[in-house]
Design a protein around this ligand. Structure first.
Ligand code: FUL
Length: 449
């Protein structure tokens, strides 16, 4: 190895305390011209886990998609306890929750001025209840970020399909949610869409919607197929793409709900030379359905399955939005709650000791888009997992890497977690960045036994 021909990028201990937690930002100049995350996008990604709550009229009709003709009298949770949701989220290591304030059936969980199809017409809390309020209060009490889902598709509203009129109403509903409930961290726009009652197709005014959120909640990220801040990962199984770039070509997916050649691929993989930072969010449910169905009580994802899910979402540069639906009583089911806590325990145990922490790491740069690192662990160990992290506050650059004798992969981004097959003990971890879209920064290397 001819060291004189290589720029020594960094040497010394890179590892920081915190096991699975993302690294602290290091002050270095940015990659010229490459997209970088906003403060809100960075915070969103570093949370890693958010709990999705599908709750509404479907919870009481035992359906997945209501048709909008349900009577509000059905909405009658007997023991609604949003604090229980928030405590379960926290015990599971989740840092945010997102609630379906309105699903496709149009039933609003807050007492909106825009329609009578809401909790105000239900027997719950004598028609005085506001579930969005109770939800955000519980989030704040437990130190979680709060996000809201407002379905664009509305199967109850008579104006749906009368585009300008419904767009006004949708903007009004959004304004209520964005102004009355304090800071929100995420606003979720679903891509599902259908015909209006009059057979007309609703044409949404996305630029107006996005501008409204930007103005009223500048700290929130907006989710949709087309972002603008975070994108759908392209499936509902919670599997991020491999590779998974946080940069996208914004001309491919321009609105929620698009279909056609190249759309799912763009959502799954992003684009290495994308001009916009729009990381992927992987959403799935802990049960087969998004809403609670008693028949699925024995089909809650196991702790093992949840750990695998974490590895193929967070461990592939995505954020996991895991849905856990409350029962008609208004509480999360016992199995779901205990499996969330079990997943957290398992992940904590997995990442309990970073064997690379405090160890010398020396970086060299053999070529403009390659880099090589050696970590001396000081003793021979059998690693079970590797966690690699790019300093994404400076952008994402790594396209292909290998770890001698242990693993190889494509993108890294916020986190790439590799499970290592049992093998002989190793003392040195040799990481090679084989290809990158710009000069790669030193990455953080964590080693777990
Ligand atoms: C889909 C919806 O149709 C499902 O009901 C669920 O809300 C899921 C998260 O998004 O598009």
């Amino acid at each position: 190895m001819n060291v004189s021909r290589r720029a020594v990028l960094q040497s010394g201990a890179l590892a920081l305390a915190g096991a699975c937690l993302p690294s602290a930002a290091r002050a270095m100049p940015a990659q010229a011209g490459r997209p970088r995350p906003s403060a809100a996008q960075l915070a969103w990604q570093r949370e890693e886990l958010a709990l999705f709550i599908h709750f509404g009229i479907n919870t009481f009709t035992n359906r997945e998609w209501g048709d909008g003709r349900e009577v509000p009298a059905l909405f009658a949770p007997s023991r609604l306890d949003t604090r229980q949701w928030a405590r379960a989220a926290k015990a599971g290591g989740f840092r945010a929750m997102v609630l379906t304030a309105k699903h496709h059936d149009g039933f609003c969980l807050w007492p909106t001025r825009t329609t009578r199809h809401s909790v105000a017409s239900s027997p719950w809390r004598g028609g005085e209840g506001d579930l969005v309020r109770e939800f955000v209060d519980a989030c704040r009490t437990e130190g979680l970020k709060a996000g809201l889902y407002l379905s664009p598709w509305d199967r109850n509203n008579p104006h749906y399909g009368d585009s300008p009129r419904y767009n006004d109403l949708y903007a009004e509903q959004l304004t209520e949610l964005l102004t009355n409930y304090g800071p929100l961290s995420e606003v979720w726009f679903d891509g599902a869409n259908g015909e209006g009652p009059n057979g007309k197709r609703q044409v949404y005014d996305w630029p107006r919607v996005w501008a409204l959120v930007r103005t009223l909640q500048p700290g929130a990220v907006m989710f949709s197929d087309a972002g603008p801040d975070v994108r759908w990962c392209g499936n509902e199984t919670g599997s991020a793409g491999d590779p998974n770039w946080s940069t996208v070509d914004p001309s491919v997916v321009t609105a929620p709900g698009m279909s056609g050649p190249g759309i799912i691929e763009a959502l799954q993989h992003g684009h290495p030379h994308g001009t916009v930072w729009r990381p992927a969010e992987a959403d799935t449910s802990i049960r087969p359905g998004w809403f609670y169905h008693p028949a699925e009580d024995a089909r809650v994802k196991s702790i093992d399955t949840l750990v695998e899910l974490y590895l193929r979402s967070v461990g592939r540069n995505s954020k996991l939005l895991l849905n856990v639906p409350p029962t008609p009583h208004g509480v999360l089911y016992a199995t779901d709650v205990s499996n969330l806590a079990g997943m957290h325990d398992r992940l904590r145990a997995m990442c309990a000791e970073d064997l690379a922490e405090g160890r010398r790491v020396s970086w060299t740069r053999p070529g403009p888009h390659t880099a090589v690192a050696r970590v001396d662990l000081g003793r021979a160990v059998r690693p079970s997992f590797l966690r690699l992290e790019e300093p994404i506050e400076r952008g994402q650059t790594v396209a292909r890497y290998s770890v001698a004798g242990l693993s190889r992969g494509t993108t890294i981004g916020h986190a790439k977690i590799d499970r290592i097959r049992p093998g002989p003990p190793v003392r040195y971890i040799d990481v090679t960045i084989e290809d990158a879209v710009a000069a790669p920064d030193p990455i953080r290397i964590k080693v777990f036994a």
